[in-house]
Design a protein around this ligand. Structure first.
Ligand code: R5P
Length: 279
């Protein structure tokens, strides 16, 4: 692996501990203004000091993140579908490699929909993106998106993650499931987990801890952080699990301790009209 690729990967997965805390704020690319991400800048800015990297589209990057900040960017480059459109799996590559380079992306992210109507199209997208990324030594994160009809079990997720790795993805994002270690074993590149729908904080922290205990390199978490009433506190607790080996109980202790301190700074981020669309 060449220097540029190694350097970029080290920004996403920290070489000191092999772990990764990625903040996902790309949801609007097909869901529109989700609850508490209506004004992206308000949700993103207070959380930047605590995340290792930020996953988002070019539109939100350009409009809502200060170019002078040094946060590594995981640029979502697939989409062109919406929650009310024909088929969510019909994604295409939406951002060119030149644009990703101009935006100084450290990693490119693209969804694959294994088992869906447009499986072939999304897997071809991944293969092409890996070729493009490797020309310029930019790694690719494959997001194993799960259609409504697919089960989130180790058999299905194991298949999707392995296919992604076989096509050359450098990191794979999936969901935590029972027998997660089987998914990890079958995937020769680092696996990170999505947080999924908002859970009560102790459950979300347990999910993160379980995933790491069973072999995940970290989390790419969104809703369970910025939909919390205490997003800064929540990301600090997740950080303790990812980088400080805290267990779920210790992390929740940190959450409870820090909650009151963080409250005033977070209220500002929530003075917005709520329009909820969940997936
Ligand atoms: C899908 O909308 C995106 O790829 C999200 O980044 C991903 O699902 C992670 O976010 P969450 O933790 O909210 O599931």
């Amino acid at each position: 692996m060449d220097w540029g690729m190694q350097n970029r990967l080290a920004k996403i997965i920290h070489p000191e501990d092999g772990r990764c805390l990625m903040l996902a704020v790309d949801h609007g690319y097909f869901l529109g203004p989700m609850e508490r991400l209506e004004v992206p800048r308000r949700a993103i800015n207070p959380l930047l000091p605590y995340t290792d990297s930020l996953m988002l589209t070019r539109g939100i990057l350009r409009t809502s993140v200060d170019p002078k900040c040094d946060i590594p960017i995981v640029l979502r480059v697939s989409g062109a579908t919406s929650i009310i459109g024909e088929d969510l799996s019909k994604e295409t590559i939406t951002t060119s490699i030149e644009e990703a380079i101009r935006l100084n992306a450290s990693c490119l992210a693209l969804s694959i929909f294994v088992g869906s109507k447009y499986e072939h199209q999304t897997l071809s997208n991944l293969a092409k993106l890996v070729d493009e990324g490797e020309k310029y030594e930019i790694p690719v994160l494959a997001v194993t998106a799960v259609g409504k009809e697919m089960g989130r079990d180790a058999r299905y997720l194991g298949l999707a993650c392995r296919v992604a790795a076989e096509l050359g993805a450098h990191i794979v994002k999936t969901y935590y499931c029972d027998n997660f270690e089987q998914v990890v074993e079958g995937c020769p590149v680092p696996l990170i987990i999505a947080g999924g729908k908002k859970l009560p904080e102790p459950e979300a922290l347990k999910l993160a801890h379980d995933a790491i205990t069973h072999g995940a390199a970290g989390v790419d978490m969104g809703r369970n952080i910025w939909q919390s009433d205490w997003p800064i506190t929540m990301i600090k607790a997740v950080q303790a699990i990812v980088h400080k080996n805290a267990d779920a109980k210790e992390a929740y202790g940190i959450f409870l301790e820090e909650k009151e301190k963080d409250k005033p700074s977070q209220k500002e981020g929530q003075k917005v009209v709520r329009t909820t669309v969940n997936h």
